[in-house]
Design a protein around this ligand. Structure first.
Ligand SMILES: [Zn+2]
Length: 84
């Protein structure tokens, strides 16, 4: 496995994850000026996915992004459930 690609994949996977915080966080214009917001004005989730796709292909990158969205939604539901 090429080390450089592993580093890039890790960076962009973390970039996606970073944009789905469990708690309120600060968002600003995406670093790539795509029109979306990114956490801390870093890369937004969509741009992180696009960069990840350049390393691992669209299908895997998109599936990873959807999985993070789904996991975050479930965690919020779990917290809401515990808060009832
Ligand atoms: Zn962006």
């Amino acid at each position: 496995m090429e080390r450089h690609k592993l580093d890039l994949a890790t960076e962009y996977c973390n970039g996606i994850l970073r944009n789905y915080p469990m708690w309120p966080s600060t968002f600003g214009p995406c670093r790539d000026m795509c029109g979306n917001s990114g956490r801390g004005s870093g890369l937004c989730a969509d741009c992180s996915e696009k960069e990840l796709a350049k390393v691992v292909g669209y299908s895997l990158a998109n599936e990873y992004h959807l999985s993070i969205q789904n996991t975050t939604r479930l965690w919020r539901e779990i917290y809401d459930k515990l808060d009832e």
